[in-house]
Design a protein around this ligand. Sequence first.
Ligand code: ADP
Ligand code: MG
Length: 432
Amino acid sequence: MSKVWQDCLKTLQETLPIQDYTRWVAPIIAKQGKNTLNIVTPTPQTLIWVNNNIKITIISLVHQIDSNIQVKISTKKQNNPISTLVTKLSTPLTEDYTFENLILGDANQFAYHASKQITKNITTCEYSPFIIYGKSGTGKTHLLQATGHEIKKNNPQTNVIYTTLMDFVKGITNGIRHNHIETIKKCYQSADLLLIDDIHMIAEKNKTQEEFFHIFNFLFQKKKQIILTCDQIPKNIKKIEARILTRLNQGLSLQITPPELEMRSAILMNKSEALDIPLTEEIALFIASKMTENVRELEGALRRIKASISFSGLKATQLDINQIQNILGDLINHQNKIIDIIDIQKTVCHYFGISVSSLVSKKRTKDLVYPRQLAMYLSKELTNLSLTEIGINFKRDHTTIIHAYQKTKTLLQSNQTTQEDYKNLKIKLNSI
Ligand code: ADP
Ligand code: MG
């Protein structure tokens, strides 16, 4: 044993109550280096006790013996099987999916604020489970992981488990196969914060659903925070047990919608800088105006620009809109396609099972008015025709077209059937 530590122990033994000395000090190991004294406590609790009670005394005792010695106090590395398993079962977080790299806009502000709120105090669990839902490529995974990063940064002691649903399924399957499902479950149940990405994929996976239900209940009762992402509002997930749906519906669900033009453009500019091909605002806006739904599409465009300029030796800022159009070619051209109004009428009629003559007739029955107004809306959106020209094709005047346009626009904001009809028709018209 180091001579310095032996001297310290002597004084500590004389000054501390015997039970404290036996419980906390005697099990400590100290190793002396050239100019250091490394004090290693057997458990993290001992470390806390030492820091709170005798750290200053130890340092001053050591310095009385030799003022050049630096005291380092740490705890022995814990070989806890559960914590090793936690690392194995967790999906690693992507380094740059942080709050700093997340662009905010109307599309994600509510989900962002709720996530931030959770990071400020994960023990209150005001919103557990919290479910972030929205279409693919709207930034759900990014936000979920940013929350994980932030909590790990602020509270390194917090046990954060992030897993994609597919990795979760693998964990459960392995547990069953190797007869240690209870240990696997314990591992997920040790989380202070459980983040599961793409929970909708649990549909039809009955065994995973069962285990998830137990893990969920355990954490819920222990007031631990659970955050999930989903590609749709949870209540619409099909082929999932009713008891799980009930649990999901108890929480807070917030949607991320596809980002609006300016937000898409800002994301593009940020990503282009990260890729070292900064774009001008004009070009970013141009690309963002051509790619409207999915941020992943924008990243595809950037990768293509990067590859193309690495061949040409040009800088991204030197590119004009024509060059960008050439580079992106098919990625954006289909969005420019001008569609014939006759095609729109035929496609809408076929979709709703009505004839073109009744679509443009004067009849005002419900089964005709809705398809007619949708066809008028699509004609305004997808052709270059003026309102009067569209009116002629429907044997109406331009005010009727404006009315139909407004009416459908309102329905598109609130009515799910209209949203689906619109999307299906656009796919049939080959315009998405
Ligand atoms: P989702 O999980 O909804 O399918 P992701 O989180 O995987 O979408 O996002 C797809 C890509 O778009 C990622 O590279 C992500 O960083 C980026 N992204 C999406 N939304 C934003 C945003 N608001 N700010 C910055 N990047 C974003
Ligand atoms: Mg995702």
